[in-house]
Design a protein around this ligand. Sequence first.
Ligand SMILES: [Zn+2]
Length: 485
Amino acid sequence: MMTRLVLGGLAVLAWAQVGWAQEGAWTPLFDGQSLKGWKAAENPASFQVKDGAIVAVGPRAHLFYVGDGQASFKNFELQAEVMAKPGANSGLFFHTAFQDKDWPEQGFEVQVNNSQPRQGNYLEMKKTGSLYGVRDQYKAVVRDNEWFQLRVTVRGNHVLIWVNDQQLVDYVEPAEAVPPTHGKHRRLSSGTFALQAHDPASEARFKNLRVKRLPDDARDNVTPPVVDDAYRQILALQDANFPMVNSHVHLKGGLTLEEALATSRATGIGYGIAVNCGLKFAVTNDAGIEAYLASMKNQPAYVAMQAEGREWVHMFSKEAIAKFDYVFTDSMTISDDEGHRMRLWIKDEVVVGDKQKFMDTLVRRAVGILNTEPIDIYVNPTYLPEVIASEYDTLWTEARMRQVIDAAVKNGVAIEINSRFRLPSEKFIKMAKAAGAKFSFGTNNAENQIGDINYCLQMAKACGLTWEDMFVPKPDGQKPVQVKR
Ligand SMILES: [Zn+2]
């Protein structure tokens, strides 16, 4: 014992003294030089210490914090500096327990992954800062090769996660257990921390890991969510890698960005926040796009362009359009063959005349939009003006649906399942899925209430949608405006 102290020197002695956690004090978990206090499983060589950081890279392995042998944390605040290399998948577990192989069964994972590409037939949707499979972040908020601050707090039934200064997760565990679908024990309890080496192509680095114990009876004044069918379904879909995103949200009716993000954090549904761009809309030129993008910079939400009318194609530069995560439009503003422009949601502008002829024109316009406009998603699909809305099932014949679906698939345009208008019909979605179409969810709120996605959930179930049926924003260089002629 004496020999070790002498050989170890002062630095180790000092670290050993604070290494035993005292309530309220910060305890370093990593001494910056060695893996003392940690125990690696499965492939220990996947963890090395380099340049003051723990480097995780290599065949699957998990590095568990064991401390002095009694490392167990219930309520705590954890901080770490983390960096992911391009394409890396990694993570940091809490409330977990040592296991000698496989993915940890116990506890929760805070995901590290900014850019992992498709691996065989699997594309990991959950990005850095996700409380894996429970509260997921789909848009990467940090870049590869850059150190970022990860902060995780657990107090009672409440988990909060920040990446740099951006809060991403605000999870309140329900009072009753929601049965997990993958056999993981996803209940808050207590346990230790672990770092993940995911695969040989994934490299992540961790440093300045430290924890502050909080009292075992610490609790926040938060109300657990009501566990209803929608809650269970959302959790099950997330568990199955389904991107739980409402891609069509507007900051309307006084709804602020912060209010929208708070709702997103609490419900676990990610948002794409769209601005209306076109003739007589909020944004009419590139400068307007730049101002909007600046207001959304570094926010944990997709930034979307709702392209309006048919004139939008000529109003903005390709470069400005490509700065959005994605672009969508609908066919709710069209002109008939006589050049009469109508907005289908405004009664006084709509002239239907012969219903069959009107439908044929509407389908032709929709197909024209899908063929020519550089969009990612076709929203409010199959919308009919009020005067004929009740005849939806007869007017949307199979032949008409087929034309729209074929054009969407051919052009790689996803189709929105819209819960505000409850469109398109189940029959349409089933046909589109069979044809290989992709889908997005949207509420298209007109007021400050974002609205529920219950119709989307209902359709996901009825039509058997999986993550592979869902739209994923295209990377820079592959956006429709950059590749479509
Ligand atoms: Zn909209």
